[in-house]
Write a protein that binds this ligand. Sequence first.
Ligand code: CP
Length: 302
Amino acid sequence: MKHLLSISDLDRAEIEDLLTLAAEFSSVLERDIPKVPTLRGRTIATVFFEASTRTRLSFERAAKALSADVMSFAPGTSSVTKGESLKDTVLTLEATGADLFVVRHGSVGAAARVAGWVNGPVINGGDGAHQHPTQALLDALTLRQRFGKLDGLKVGIVGDIANSRVARSNIDAFTKLGAQVELIAPSPLLPVDLSAFPVTVSGSLEDSLPHLDVVYLLRVQIERGSGPILPSLAEYGLRFGMNRQRLQMLPADAVVMHPGPINRGVEITADVADDPRSLVLDQVQNGVSTRMAVIFRLLGAS
Ligand code: CP
């Protein structure tokens, strides 16, 4: 693996290898000194052209836990404001000493473009509505911890599928690991062409809940244009939001997931977000060890 741009870069064995390594790094993070010296002298650049809390901070924490140095690039305080291009930006970071690039950008294919310009490995931290591969890996790790394996799990992905890079990555990762995925959304929030997705589709959350092991809620992405195509966010929450009453419609050992950031009161009520059956913070925690595993596989051998 030279880069991680998409879950399609990985087969089942490679995903399972990364999850196993991530589980080993989880135990490193529980030590008194949660650090290994593996990447001493190497530098990770986080190049985020879109906002992030979880992805950027967990990559930076992961890099430091591997003893790498971190260069944290923010466009608003950089020479991008003077018109510098993406290409010149990443070449400048490489000339400054970056060995690996984590790239988040609003344009589909941006991380792949960067991979064509720099010598070091590139990890896609989210490109438009295309891919967010490390989110899918950390979610798969969270499910493997809870259920032992994904084979046969029934996962409902709910909400703004059309605009979701998380949905695209997770459908690919979950089905490669043997889960069955159902997309649950109002038709305006579904992609026009679903023929490439190995999924079933439902228009009713309440019909689907009794047969799901996992309800995976997506944020309604107002910034990508989803707001105006819905009657209102309140109406969306009434039909597709997860609340206490709907939680009780799930099988007893089913769980609730969300990639964050959460719109409390829209796709999930506050009490469900904080319920013991919600794995939201387990997902965040697993982001660190998962990203350690990906960085290690891309840089560790060289
Ligand atoms: N899940 C996720 O990508 O969160 P951030 O946008 O906060 O990184």
